[in-house]
Design a protein around this ligand. Structure first.
Ligand SMILES: [Zn+2]
Length: 140
């Protein structure tokens, strides 16, 4: 699938090499209605490799999750086979039910109905903290 074969969709470019499947899993792309193409380990510049995800027939994504997983990726929104918008991702200030608190004494472990909410504590180091117990959370 070439970019110009996408009529209405989204191209997620400049994903770090090896991260496409994680992004796929977090964004639940297996449940999306459109078609998904994943390109892995694409040469980008002399010494850099990247992953690309192309989504045809998909117009909305959870931008917070994408920004959290790949803050340096770029997103092209395609409408009528034209790039309508280029988006640059950023780490979101807040994550709701994206990562889970691993502190066994946290109230979220005791009360299963509670949302797992993390806020960005350090943008440079991409550190998130649980709003209930302040434990650091990460992607892994
Ligand atoms: Zn917690």
């Amino acid at each position: 699938m070439k970019i110009d074969s996408i009529q209405n969709g989204i191209v997620i470019d400049h994903l770090p090499a090896g991260s496409a499947m994680t992004v796929y899993r977090y964004l639940k792309l297996d449940e999306c209605e459109g078609s998904v193409a994943i390109l892995q380990n694409v040469q980008s510049g002399k010494h850099v490799r990247k992953d690309i995800i192309k989504l045809d027939g998909v117009t909305e994504l959870d931008w917070d999750i994408l920004g959290f997983l790949a803050p340096d990726c770029t997103v092209n929104v395609i409408r009528d086979s034209q790039i309508m918008e280029k988006r640059h991702m950023n780490l979101p200030e807040k994550l709701v039910d994206v990562i889970r608190c691993r502190n066994p004494r946290c109230i979220t472990t005791v009360e299963p109905g509670l949302k797992h909410i993390f806020t960005l504590a350090n943008r440079e180091r991409a550190v998130y903290r649980c709003i209930y117990c302040e434990s650091a959370g990460s992607r892994h």
